[in-house]
Design a protein around this ligand. Structure first.
Ligand SMILES: [Fe+2]
Length: 388
């Protein structure tokens, strides 16, 4: 048996370095179209259901591109192994299945160093499966974590390998589009959770409420983390300004677009808040601050190191049709004109993230997969890229 298991992180690197591989997804067409793997570089992706391999082996094998390494994907792993065995038998070389199936891709976090500053390191953890980003700030033996996703083993291992412990966890808002890892991390570490009572006021999680303008710090000096309330996407949306240079902006400031204020069902009231927040961003923040968003719309927003970041000045210029809206009424109209439905599962995800509902891991897995719907502008453009 010459085929082998390929971990998600290895496949990610293979695609990023444009190795000579074809990705063969053997799930059914519906599951494939709902969610499949993506990379910042173009690659050959085909979808042939494993049922076809079972029912018409020769015909299906004939459709598989030859001369390249094969990475076979299914839901859990078993069907991909089944197809790998067939293709191996037919003489294909470098055949591998995605270890753990598509969910391992969906949960994968890719650490990218944003900066090694004076006495600290700031990491962006990209989650390609959700087009989302969480962050880790390391100083000495302490790590602060921002917006962790539910792959908590990754963060715990990452901290351990850095000789650090997760001491503080911060949420930028009550997430609706993915399940937060904060609750699980509180159980598996001695970290303290900090959040804005505007979102977490009635949460069942033990959290320390933040105040606007307060400064969080490490035991041994290190960078200061200034808490800036930026309501609009949610009433408790909060950004974190690190060392006066890097702003973890959650779903408030994106590189393309801003966070949509209609997810709470009060589009007009929250749009008013967002308009005020945009005024604060325009007039009170230094334009050289690097924005570190909670989501991205497409890979072109990343820099050469595949870090999703841009100076605030560039972000404003890029989204001037939003930032330059001259008055509140026009801004509300812009938001209302662009309202679209939110996925049904968002209501349950909010309850889970507030600690009000517990779901078994398999169900959490299903709820958690799929892309985000948090961005507000050029809704159509974002929607197109999300659907592609
Ligand atoms: Fe959000």
């Amino acid at each position: 048996m010459a085929f082998f298991g390929c971990p998600a992180a290895t496949l990610f690197n293979e695609l990023e370095t444009e190795q000579n591989i074809v990705v063969l997804d053997v799930r059914n067409e519906k599951d494939f179209s709902r969610f499949h793997i993506e990379s910042s570089k173009p690659f050959e992706l085909c979808n042939i259901s494993y049922y076809n391999f079972m029912e018409a082996e020769e015909e299906s094998v004939a459709q598989v591109p030859q001369g390249k390494g094969l990475r076979i994907i299914c839901a859990k792993e078993g069907s991909a192994k089944y197809v790998a065995e067939i293709l191996d038998r037919h003489g294909f070389e470098q055949v591998a299945y995605l270890a753990g199936g598509i969910k391992s891709w969906g949960n994968m976090l890719v650490p990218k160093l944003v900066v090694a500053g004076e006495g600290y390191e700031l990491y962006q953890f990209i989650r390609p499966g959700k087009a989302s980003c969480s962050y880790g700030l390391l100083c000495g033996q302490e790590m602060m974590l921002f917006d962790p996703s539910r792959n908590v083993d990754f963060y715990l291992t990452f901290a351990q390998e850095k000789g650090a412990k997760i001491k503080k966890i911060f949420e930028t808002h009550l997430q609706a589009d993915y399940i937060s890892g904060s609750a699980a991390l509180l159980q598996q570490s001695d970290a303290v959770l900090y959040a804005n009572a505007g979102d977490f006021g009635d949460s069942q999680l033990p959290f320390t409420p933040l105040t606007d303008g307060e400064v969080q710090s490490f035991v041994n000096n290190g960078p200061q983390v200034k808490v800036i309330f930026t309501p609009g996407h949610t009433l408790g949306s909060t950004s974190y300004l690190i060392d006066n240079k890097y702003m973890i902006s959650g779903d408030t400031v994106f590189i393309a677009s801003v966070g949509r204020p209609d997810l709470g069902g009060q589009a007009e009231a929250w749009a008013v808040q967002l308009y005020k927040t945009i005024g604060k961003i325009l007039h009170e923040l230094d334009r050289s601050i690097q924005i570190l968003p909670g989501h991205y719309m497409n890979w072109q927003e990343a820099n050469k190191q595949l870090v999703f970041t841009a100076p605030l000045a560039d972000v404003i210029e890029r989204n001037k049709e939003i930032y330059h809206i001259a008055n509140e009424a026009d801004f509300i109209r812009f938001i209302k004109d662009n309202i679209r439905q939110q996925p049904e599962e968002y209501i349950r995800i909010r309850l889970i993230n507030a600690g009000k509902e517990q779901v078994p891991p398999e169900e959490a897995e299903i709820l958690d997969l799929g892309k985000n719907e948090c961005a507000a502008s050029a809704y159509a453009q974002a929607k197109t890229s999300q659907d592609s």
